[in-house]
Design a protein around this ligand. Structure first.
Ligand SMILES: Cc1cc2nc3c(=O)[nH]c(=O)nc-3n(C[C@H](O)[C@H](O)[C@H](O)COP(=O)(O)OP(=O)(O)OC[C@H]3O[C@@H](n4cnc5c(N)ncnc54)[C@H](O)[C@@H]3O)c2cc1C
Length: 413
């Protein structure tokens, strides 16, 4: 059977893959996207689009269209103890304009905007409902792949292949790139409810002992709720029943009960919720001869840092530059593609490290850790330089490691 030939094959049409395809198409390449799904799958969860992601969408000419959809423009994130005390407010309006806000949205809203743009770009060729199966090699060089679509086998050829197929990447395995995948103990029960009267405009977190409850506005009328639940407790909680689970959530804080008792009446079945497991992936190398990994496939990170989708977009921009250089020099080797990895790895290390520190403290149950966490939050509130450094990192604008001096300022009286 004849093979389809493209300059670049992108496996996985998530945000990372779509932004990469659009950026490469703007540079004049013939790009194909393959995705095993036939259309974006709606998830009952909201996500934060950070300033670094907003900037990329703006450069692609898509931010204005996104802002016209039903998304929530968020300026502040408030943190409270479940006992009631306000801990800290992270304020995006302190960032330099124009990207001095975040958007909270349902991922499919962004996906729709990206897909419309992809569909109107003649040099992007889409193959939905098409699953990656295996790579084809010429010696040590990747030259294409085999995929299946409705039980049919299809062969594709390319100069460069990109695996943007998520944390459980099959491309990563096929490329034989050694990696460590970590499944966090804590995942989240998520759901969408109607926005209650009295819910002010900002996102909020409530933190207790091994308890995290979040309420994020995602649109004019909907709030996304999430509740930390260790994976090994999920079966027991479900067995105990939805009503018991809702009562547990509502009892965390009087404000939660006051705001969400009524909207939660509409959640009458576990089918209206989802359980989101969280992964971290550390891959020794993100590139091989003729191939690269991008986004979660290369470096999934804990969602506390709210950067996974944004970091995938940053990857896409850097990788597109590197790929352009590969074509200019006719060099598709691992060494040529390594430039992309070298450019991105430092930032990813900072984000994954900070994400893990957040898990350690935010999810903590031991009283000394809870005390320390709450103290650090209060110091971030009091000390503007700590707030600004933390926010610029989470916002993806200026990523910096927290040094000993910062840590001292975060706990000293
Ligand atoms: C609870 C939770 C909350 C989160 N909150 C945030 C947040 O607030 N902000 C943020 O930036 N990030 C957040 N994230 C992380 C974010 O969702 C991911 O980092 C992001 O989706 C990664 O994008 P991606 O393009 O790399 O991969 P994905 O979005 O996973 O896309 C992978 C694509 O590959 C396709 N695919 C997989 N296997 C194959 C195959 N064999 N053949 C063909 N196609 C295939 C899939 O169908 C999918 O479309 C959160 C994650 C979780 C779990």
């Amino acid at each position: 059977m004849a093979s389809k030939k493209y300059d670049i094959l992108v496996i996985g049409g998530g945000t990372g893959g779509l932004v990469l395809a659009l950026t490469l198409a703007q540079k004049g390449f013939q790009v194909a996207i393959l995705d095993r799904q036939t259309h974006p799958m709606p998830l009952p969860r909201g996500e934060i689009l950070q300033p670094n992601g907003l900037k990329i969408l703006d450069h692609l000419g898509l931010l204005n269209a996104l802002l016209k959809t039903d998304v929530h423009l968020n300026k502040k994130v408030h943190f409270y103890q479940t006992s009631g005390t306000h801990l800290c407010t992270v304020d995006y309006s302190t960032l330099p304009a124009p990207y001095n806000y975040s958007l909270i949205l349902l991922p499919e809203v962004l996906q729709k905007i990206l897909l419309e743009e992809v569909d109107s770009t003649p040099n992007i060729h889409t193959h939905w409902g098409t699953s990656f199966e295996s790579l084809t090699w010429q010696g040590t060089q990747v030259t294409g792949l085999t995929a299946t679509q409705n039980g049919r086998t299809i062969n594709f050829k390319c100069s460069i292949l990109v695996g943007s197929d998520g944390a459980a990447s099959k491309v990563r395995n096929a490329l034989q790139l050694p990696y460590q995948a970590h499944v966090y103990k804590g995942g989240y029960v998520t759901m969408l409810v109607d926005r209650p009267q009295g819910f002010e405009n900002d996102a909020r977190y409530y933190l207790g002992k091994e308890q995290i409850f979040g309420a994020f506005p995602v649109s004019k009328n909907k709030i996304y709720l999430f509740y930390l639940l260790p994976t090994d407790k999920l079966a027991a909680v479900k067995k105990h029943g939805l009503q018991g689970f809702k009562t547990e959530m509502l009892s965390l804080h009087p404000e939660i009960a006051a705001l969400f008792s009524e909207p939660l009446h509409a959640i009458s079945s576990w089918d209206q919720t989802a359980y989101m497991r969280c992964f971290r992936v550390r891959c020794r190398s993100w590139v091989n001869h003729g191939a690269a990994l991008l986004g979660d496939a290369a470096h999934a990170m804990n969602p506390h840092i709210a950067q996974g989708r944004n970091a995938a977009m940053d990857d896409a921009c850097v990788l597109a530059e590197t790929i352009e250089h590969c074509f200019r020099t006719n060099d598709f080797s691992q060494e040529a593609l390594k430039h992309y990895e070298q450019n991105r790895r430092k930032d990813i290390k900072i984000l994954q490290g900070l994400g893990d520190e957040m898990v350690f403290f935010w999810n903590a149950g031991a009283p000394p850790l809870v005390w320390l966490r709450d103290r650090v939050f209060k110091k971030v509130q009091q000390r503007q330089h700590l707030h600004d450094k933390l926010l610029r990192t989470v916002a993806g604008l200026q990523l910096k490691r927290f040094n000993l001096q910062d840590r001292w300022h975060a706990i000293r009286p």
